[in-house]
Design a protein around this ligand. Structure first.
Ligand SMILES: [Zn+2]
Length: 266
């Protein structure tokens, strides 16, 4: 079953690749068939199997020998692993806890994770966070929160506070964008802060996520300078760091905060 879930994930990843690529070119998502980015020749179905085709073709187009971007197998593999992790950790876990929103909860987190993959890759590759991803994530998260409110799984007071903390997070990134004059922080990061704030929901998790994103960003920046891929002062997209630390904070945010408080009072 796990293998099936993994391959289903890679197929979804393959679709995400198409979505990422076409939303960057303003092409029709559904109608156009898969073509080679270089020679524009149609790719037959047997050369379009997630992961395997890339390995089989050794990363080259079979017609013009142009290199196929490593981003394709990367997204496919990431999405496959994501589905597998979700299946074992998420679905099994939620089954045991038998939460009232048995199917909604795991489906929601999978939806969030898939959108994260799309934003991660587009920001990394094109330095752009597409508006539709932010809109979808915001609407999805709000719908999920309303479902929790309706089921009595979340208090209105907590929801109100989560809106307040989201406002603080967005203002924080807005001021970063404003004072750095768009260098270093794009307006895309400001927009992305809206759904991320709603997802994180509490000030502890938001603080851990902000702190984490700067730590990861600094580490990656220093690493890239050391291996001489980037010069000092060159901009990196910030979105991927923000997504990584948000993911980490969603899982371990409270634990990190508890450790931090322990160090403070001791
Ligand atoms: Zn080609």
């Amino acid at each position: 079953m796990g293998i099936l879930v993994f391959f289903f994930g890679t197929a979804v990843g393959s679709f995400l690749n198409v979505l990422i690529y076409r939303s960057m070119r303003g092409q029709d998502w559904v109608r156009a068939r898969s073509v080679c980015e270089h020679c524009k020749k149609k790719i037959p179905w047997y050369e379009n199997i997630p992961l395997f085709s890339y390995l089989f073709l050794k990363g080259k187009c079979s017609k013009c020998q142009a290199k196929i971007g490593l981003v394709h197998p990367l997204v496919e593999g990431m999405t496959g692993i994501l589905f597998l992790w979700w299946y074992f950790a998420g679905f099994v876990f939620f089954k045991i806890t038998a939460a009232p929103l048995l199917y909604v909860q795991p489906a929601f987190w999978l939806f969030v994770a898939v959108i994260f993959v799309v934003i991660f890759i587009t920001d990394l590759k094109y330095m752009i966070i597409p508006d539709w991803t932010v809109a979808l994530l915001t609407i999805g998260t709000l719908a999920y929160r309303f479902a929790l409110l309706y089921k009595g799984e979340m208090q209105f007071r907590d929801f109100g506070f989560s809106l307040l903390w989201t406002f603080c997070l967005v203002s924080f990134f807005f001021s970063l964008w404003f004072f750095t004059k768009g260098k270093g922080f794009g307006f895309g990061d400001v927009k992305l802060a809206i759904p991320l704030g709603l997802l994180l929901g509490s000030w502890q998790r938001i603080l851990v996520a902000i702190f984490g994103s700067f730590v990861i960003g600094a580490l990656v920046g220093v690493f890239l300078i050391l291996i001489k891929k980037k010069k000092f002062g060159q901009t990196l997209p910030f979105g991927p760091f923000l997504l990584l630390s948000t993911g980490l904070s969603l899982v371990w945010g409270y634990a990190v905060w508890a450790e931090y408080v322990k160090i403070l009072v001791s």
